[in-house]
Design a protein around this ligand. Structure first.
Ligand code: HEC
Length: 138
Protein backbone atom coordinates (compact mmCIF):
# COMPACT_ATOMS: atom_id res chain seq x y z
CA UNK A 1 0.00 0.00 0.00
CA UNK A 2 2.85 2.40 0.80
CA UNK A 3 4.37 1.74 -2.63
CA UNK A 4 0.96 2.32 -4.19
CA UNK A 5 0.56 5.69 -2.47
CA UNK A 6 4.02 6.90 -3.42
CA UNK A 7 3.33 5.89 -7.02
CA UNK A 8 0.13 7.94 -6.94
CA UNK A 9 2.10 10.87 -5.55
CA UNK A 10 4.56 10.49 -8.43
CA UNK A 11 1.68 10.50 -10.94
CA UNK A 12 0.32 13.67 -9.30
CA UNK A 13 3.73 15.29 -9.53
CA UNK A 14 4.00 14.43 -13.21
CA UNK A 15 0.51 15.82 -13.90
CA UNK A 16 1.40 19.12 -12.25
CA UNK A 17 4.74 19.26 -14.09
CA UNK A 18 2.67 19.35 -17.32
CA UNK A 19 3.95 19.90 -20.86
CA UNK A 20 4.24 17.54 -23.81
CA UNK A 21 7.80 16.46 -22.97
CA UNK A 22 6.32 14.89 -19.86
CA UNK A 23 3.68 12.91 -21.79
CA UNK A 24 5.81 9.77 -21.96
CA UNK A 25 6.81 10.04 -18.33
CA UNK A 26 3.18 10.57 -17.39
CA UNK A 27 2.13 7.42 -19.25
CA UNK A 28 4.93 5.49 -17.48
CA UNK A 29 3.82 6.82 -14.10
CA UNK A 30 0.24 5.75 -14.87
CA UNK A 31 1.46 2.29 -15.83
CA UNK A 32 3.42 2.04 -12.55
CA UNK A 33 0.41 3.16 -10.52
CA UNK A 34 -1.80 0.76 -12.48
CA UNK A 35 0.59 -2.13 -11.91
CA UNK A 36 0.57 -1.50 -8.15
CA UNK A 37 -3.25 -1.44 -8.10
CA UNK A 38 -3.39 -4.52 -10.34
CA UNK A 39 -1.17 -6.38 -7.85
CA UNK A 40 -3.54 -5.48 -5.02
CA UNK A 41 -6.87 -5.97 -6.78
CA UNK A 42 -6.48 -8.34 -9.74
CA UNK A 43 -3.21 -10.30 -9.71
CA UNK A 44 -4.30 -13.01 -7.29
CA UNK A 45 -6.77 -14.17 -9.94
CA UNK A 46 -5.25 -12.88 -13.20
CA UNK A 47 -1.74 -13.57 -14.49
CA UNK A 48 -0.48 -10.73 -16.69
CA UNK A 49 0.94 -13.24 -19.17
CA UNK A 50 -0.13 -16.58 -20.60
CA UNK A 51 2.75 -18.56 -19.07
CA UNK A 52 1.36 -18.49 -15.54
CA UNK A 53 -1.80 -20.36 -14.60
CA UNK A 54 -4.26 -18.48 -12.41
CA UNK A 55 -7.80 -18.84 -11.12
CA UNK A 56 -9.06 -16.34 -13.71
CA UNK A 57 -8.03 -15.99 -17.39
CA UNK A 58 -4.77 -14.21 -18.26
CA UNK A 59 -5.29 -10.53 -19.07
CA UNK A 60 -2.40 -10.33 -21.51
CA UNK A 61 -3.72 -8.71 -24.72
CA UNK A 62 -7.14 -8.22 -23.15
CA UNK A 63 -7.81 -4.82 -24.75
CA UNK A 64 -9.68 -5.38 -28.00
CA UNK A 65 -10.19 -9.10 -27.61
CA UNK A 66 -13.53 -10.90 -27.46
CA UNK A 67 -14.71 -11.93 -23.98
CA UNK A 68 -14.29 -15.57 -23.09
CA UNK A 69 -11.65 -16.38 -25.70
CA UNK A 70 -8.51 -17.44 -23.80
CA UNK A 71 -7.93 -20.99 -25.10
CA UNK A 72 -8.40 -23.70 -22.47
CA UNK A 73 -9.88 -21.40 -19.82
CA UNK A 74 -13.15 -22.66 -18.29
CA UNK A 75 -15.37 -19.57 -18.50
CA UNK A 76 -18.91 -19.18 -17.20
CA UNK A 77 -21.58 -19.69 -19.86
CA UNK A 78 -22.67 -16.08 -19.28
CA UNK A 79 -19.27 -14.64 -20.22
CA UNK A 80 -18.66 -17.03 -23.09
CA UNK A 81 -22.04 -16.22 -24.67
CA UNK A 82 -21.90 -12.49 -23.93
CA UNK A 83 -20.51 -11.21 -27.22
CA UNK A 84 -18.63 -8.50 -25.28
CA UNK A 85 -15.50 -7.02 -26.85
CA UNK A 86 -13.08 -5.66 -24.26
CA UNK A 87 -12.91 -2.03 -25.29
CA UNK A 88 -11.69 0.39 -22.64
CA UNK A 89 -15.32 1.50 -22.11
CA UNK A 90 -16.39 -2.12 -21.51
CA UNK A 91 -13.47 -2.64 -19.13
CA UNK A 92 -14.50 0.46 -17.15
CA UNK A 93 -18.06 -0.88 -16.81
CA UNK A 94 -16.65 -4.26 -15.77
CA UNK A 95 -14.35 -2.77 -13.12
CA UNK A 96 -17.13 -0.62 -11.77
CA UNK A 97 -19.71 -3.40 -11.35
CA UNK A 98 -18.88 -6.64 -13.15
CA UNK A 99 -21.72 -8.66 -11.62
CA UNK A 100 -24.24 -5.95 -12.60
CA UNK A 101 -22.71 -5.59 -16.07
CA UNK A 102 -22.92 -9.33 -16.68
CA UNK A 103 -25.13 -11.30 -14.28
CA UNK A 104 -23.97 -14.91 -14.11
CA UNK A 105 -20.24 -14.19 -14.36
CA UNK A 106 -18.13 -16.22 -11.97
CA UNK A 107 -15.79 -13.32 -11.23
CA UNK A 108 -16.70 -12.06 -7.78
CA UNK A 109 -17.85 -8.46 -7.58
CA UNK A 110 -15.25 -5.72 -7.81
CA UNK A 111 -16.40 -2.14 -7.46
CA UNK A 112 -13.72 0.18 -8.80
CA UNK A 113 -15.79 3.24 -9.67
CA UNK A 114 -13.07 5.90 -9.39
CA UNK A 115 -12.25 6.99 -12.95
CA UNK A 116 -8.66 7.88 -12.10
CA UNK A 117 -8.04 4.46 -10.58
CA UNK A 118 -9.65 2.94 -13.70
CA UNK A 119 -7.31 5.09 -15.85
CA UNK A 120 -4.29 3.66 -14.04
CA UNK A 121 -5.47 0.06 -14.41
CA UNK A 122 -6.24 0.68 -18.11
CA UNK A 123 -2.75 2.15 -18.64
CA UNK A 124 -1.30 -1.03 -17.17
CA UNK A 125 -3.60 -3.26 -19.26
CA UNK A 126 -2.50 -1.31 -22.39
CA UNK A 127 1.11 -1.99 -21.43
CA UNK A 128 0.47 -5.76 -21.45
CA UNK A 129 -1.45 -5.54 -24.73
CA UNK A 130 1.01 -6.00 -27.56
CA UNK A 131 -1.33 -5.56 -30.49
CA UNK A 132 -2.83 -2.13 -31.12
CA UNK A 133 -6.26 -1.86 -29.52
CA UNK A 134 -6.49 1.90 -30.03
CA UNK A 135 -9.01 1.78 -32.89
CA UNK A 136 -11.68 0.42 -30.58
CA UNK A 137 -10.54 2.04 -27.34
CA UNK A 138 -13.67 4.08 -26.50
C1 HEC B 1 -11.30 -13.36 -6.93
C2 HEC B 1 -10.73 -13.54 -8.24
C3 HEC B 1 -10.76 -12.37 -9.21
C4 HEC B 1 -10.35 -11.07 -9.00
C5 HEC B 1 -9.82 -10.46 -7.71
C6 HEC B 1 -10.49 -10.39 -10.27
N1 HEC B 1 -10.97 -11.25 -11.21
FE1 HEC B 1 -11.36 -10.82 -13.17
N2 HEC B 1 -12.05 -12.70 -13.47
C7 HEC B 1 -12.08 -13.71 -12.53
C8 HEC B 1 -12.72 -14.90 -13.08
C9 HEC B 1 -12.96 -16.22 -12.37
C10 HEC B 1 -13.07 -14.56 -14.42
C11 HEC B 1 -13.84 -15.43 -15.41
C12 HEC B 1 -15.30 -14.98 -15.30
C13 HEC B 1 -16.32 -15.84 -16.02
O1 HEC B 1 -15.95 -16.81 -16.69
O2 HEC B 1 -17.51 -15.49 -15.90
C14 HEC B 1 -12.62 -13.18 -14.64
C15 HEC B 1 -12.75 -12.50 -15.84
C16 HEC B 1 -12.24 -11.24 -16.08
C17 HEC B 1 -12.24 -10.58 -17.37
C18 HEC B 1 -12.75 -11.19 -18.67
C19 HEC B 1 -11.55 -11.82 -19.40
C20 HEC B 1 -11.86 -12.57 -20.66
O3 HEC B 1 -10.97 -13.32 -21.12
O4 HEC B 1 -12.97 -12.42 -21.21
C21 HEC B 1 -11.66 -9.37 -17.20
C22 HEC B 1 -11.43 -8.32 -18.26
C23 HEC B 1 -11.29 -9.26 -15.80
N3 HEC B 1 -11.67 -10.40 -15.14
C24 HEC B 1 -10.66 -8.16 -15.24
C25 HEC B 1 -10.33 -8.04 -13.90
C26 HEC B 1 -9.67 -6.88 -13.33
C27 HEC B 1 -9.23 -5.67 -14.11
C28 HEC B 1 -9.54 -7.13 -11.99
C29 HEC B 1 -8.96 -6.22 -10.94
C30 HEC B 1 -9.56 -4.89 -10.85
C31 HEC B 1 -10.11 -8.44 -11.73
N4 HEC B 1 -10.57 -8.96 -12.91
C32 HEC B 1 -10.16 -9.06 -10.49
C33 HEC B 1 -11.60 -13.63 -11.23
C34 HEC B 1 -11.15 -12.47 -10.61
Amino acid sequence: MRQFLSTLALAGFVISAGGSAQADMFEKAKIMAGEAIYKEECRRCHAPDTEHASYGPSLENVIGRGAGTVPGYDYSIALEASGIVWTEAALRAWMEDNTGFLPGTKMRHVGIADRTVQDFILAYLRSITTRDGSAISE
